[in-house]
Design a protein around this ligand. Structure first.
Ligand SMILES: Nc1ncnc2c1ncn2[C@@H]1O[C@H](COP(=O)(O)OP(=O)(O)O)[C@@H](O)[C@H]1O
Ligand SMILES: [Mg+2]
Length: 250
């Protein structure tokens, strides 16, 4: 879950971002819960309008993983085009070309959540329908998540893993289907997904459990059913419970 948002107060702009901006204004638009920051740089005369996500090189995230997943998903569904990614001793960065739309947690949707909630459900359904499971080189299964957590020194309690629910329907999951990662147009229609660093094959409830949970964090309680209805599925309390606990534990 992203306990995150627009940075308050001044933000130091890394040299890699200033170089890229080449004199253009730079705006810090998002800080995530690992202190990674996304900057927006407006387009100008031959220079693309871009977003640059920056994280410390030592952080528990690998932006090169995200670059690979974005590159793969782009032929099937709207996600940003990667223009550059790299790392030095201090920072890692991911430069993507701006896609149409603004985040589903923009102020106007916080004030009027219903259209955004529907669009999140429809957008997730489109993603799951479009990305081909057989051809997907990335894994987000329960086992792979437990393994990755262990590599970061996080131990998932055995009690949680004793009787995982059988798969309902394997799809290529977004991997971080929280509300801020769906972009919407002016009319509240889904336009694109961002933040695909964990994309991979898993049961669809791995995404649905977290997407519906994040509605509560961003819009308040009571929006789950509308989102699941827009996705086109009945609530599955046992799988929702399991995948929320797994999310928390990893
Ligand atoms: N290429 C892009 N086009 C439009 N908006 C973007 C793009 N990349 C990032 N954003 C915006 O920046 C925010 C943060 O990017 P994201 O990749 O989700 O970072 P984080 O991993 O910190 O959540 C997104 O929620 C979205 O609003
Ligand atoms: Mg995000």
């Amino acid at each position: 879950m992203e306990i995150a948002g627009r940075p308050r107060g001044p933000v130091a702009i890394p040299a890699v971002v200033l170089d890229l901006a080449a004199g253009r204004d730079v705006e810090a638009v998002w800080r995530n819960n690992l202190d990674g920051i996304t900057f927006e740089i407006a387009g100008r005369a031959g220079l693309h309008h871009v977003f640059v996500k920056v994280a410390a090189t030592g952080d528990d995230v690998d932006l090169a993983d995200e670059a690979r997943r974005l590159g793969w998903a782009r032929s099937f569904t709207p996600v940003p085009e990667v223009l550059d990614s790299g790392r030095d001793d201090e920072f890692q960065w991911l430069v993507t070309r701006a896609v149409a739309g603004t985040s589903a947690v923009a102020e106007r949707w916080i004030a009027d959540p219903a259209p955004a909630v529907r669009a999140i459900g429809e957008g997730l359904r489109a993603l799951h329908d479009r990305l081909p499971v057989e051809a997907c080189p990335f894994d987000w299964s329960i086992e792979s998540r437990v393994r990755r957590a262990a590599a970061k020194g996080i131990h998932v309690p055995e009690s949680l893993l004793e009787a995982p629910p059988p798969d309902d329907h394997p799809v290529v999951c977004h991997g971080d289907a929280c509300a801020p990662n769906t972009l919407l147009d002016e009319d509240g229609r889904f336009t694109a997904h961002v933040d695909l660093g964990s994309l991979g094959v898993a049961d669809r409830w791995a995404d649905l459990a977290v997407a519906s949970w994040s509605l509560e964090w961003n819009y308040g309680p009571g929006w789950d059913d509308l989102m699941l209805d827009a996705y086109g599925i009945e609530p599955d309390p046992a799988r929702i419970h399991f995948y929320r606990r797994l999310w928390d534990a990893t």
